[in-house]
Design a protein around this ligand. Structure first.
Ligand code: SF4
Length: 322
């Protein structure tokens, strides 16, 4: 099996920031997973952080110690100025070694490739499903050749759909071909049902049978399978751990999943019988190590509970009363 592309290696470490550049796209793939909140809108996000200014992008990159960025959408090439602006900003802020990969459903023009040279390291093309049987006669072929000549690492990245074997002839021209396990989302559920597809199980978003469609092409060296489980469990977990390492307070416990756990006491007018170094005042709450709160729970009046959440003030996963 050939090695993963540099973009994928960094993704496995949770070190790739996801830059969602726009929700607008000239295509309307029946399987498009983009959320209703973002689809069709000119909004940009760095991971889950809405980008209102350059500082938002840089800040998100810093708190996760990003070693690279994956630019996606929607269609990034339809907001070329923004794409060039943010890629230049990332390279100047995090250095030339900050690895950038770009997803695009369009056929990049020679002018667009020239504009992106030195800014984007890896281009991942997403040809429309309907053109796979004729891929060798499509405009993607001259674009792949041109991109290679300009020094880009070039791959194709598509969801697992019937007919993947039609892409076998283009493999020799590529550095890699990634297959993303087809995923069910709130926005493509109706299309999935109308085609008779169903979820694989009740734990993940993977569509039943999607893996089998890739069997033939996965026999080839430079083809890689990216499962729904991997995205949920490895990619996200590793990213959360990086953010937790950079943002957790001394008493926050970082879990194997990258969440943080701490104790919260809401005193009801009682004097605080704890050393001030052991807790932090957050509004009318005291935050401390969860085990310390558990140890002293009986002699502390007021509401007490343990919180598990995504780091840096992220989503609350669980609240356990004490
Ligand atoms: S190219 Fe991507 S963003 Fe555009 S409709 Fe298809 S899946 Fe959605």
């Amino acid at each position: 099996m050939q090695e993963l592309s540099e973009g994928c290696v960094l993704c496995h470490q949770g070190a790739k920031m996801v830059l969602f550049l726009t929700g607008r796209c000239p295509r309307s793939c029946w399987y498009c997973p983009i959320s209703g909140e973002r689809r069709g809108r000119d909004v940009a996000y760095a991971n889950d952080r809405r980008i209102e200014s350059d500082a938002d992008l840089i800040e998100e990159g810093r708190i996760m110690s990003a070693l690279g960025t994956g630019v996606t959408g929607g269609e990034p090439l339809i907001v070329m100025d923004l794409l060039v602006h943010y890629c230049s900003l990332l390279k100047s802020e995090f250095g030339e070694e900050h690895h950038i990969h770009l997803y695009t459903g369009k056929v990049p023009s020679p002018e667009e490739l020239q504009q992106l040279q030195g800014l984007v390291d890896e281009i991942r093309l997403h040809p429309p499903h309907e053109c796979w049987p004729e891929i060798m006669h499509s405009a993607y072929i001259p674009a792949i050749r041109a991109a290679k000549e300009l020094g880009f690492v070039v791959g194709i990245e598509v969801p697992s759909l019937p007919g993947l074997e039609d892409l076998i002839p283009v493999l020799p021209l590529l550095d890699f071909l990634n297959i993303n396990e087809l995923e069910w989302s709130e926005t493509n559920a109706q299309s999935m049902r109308s085609l008779g597809y169903d979820l694989e199980d009740s734990y993940h978003n993977a569509v039943g049978g999607a893996r089998a469609w890739a069997d033939a092409i996965l026999a080839f060296d430079r083809v890689h399978w990216c499962s729904s489980v991997f995205k949920d469990s490895v990619q996200l977990r590793e990213r959360l751990k990086r953010i937790a390492r950079n943002t957790a307070r001394d008493f926050d416990e970082i879990t194997e999943d990258g969440t943080v756990v701490y104790g919260v006491w809401e005193p009801s007018g009682q004097d605080i019988p704890l050393d001030q170094d052991l807790y932090e005042e957050v509004g009318d709450q005291l935050h401390m190590a969860w085990w310390l709160l558990a140890e002293h729970a009986e002699r502390l009046q007021g509401t007490k509970y343990v919180v598990e959440r995504y780091p840096n003030g992220g989503m609350v996963v669980e609240v356990t009363p004490l």
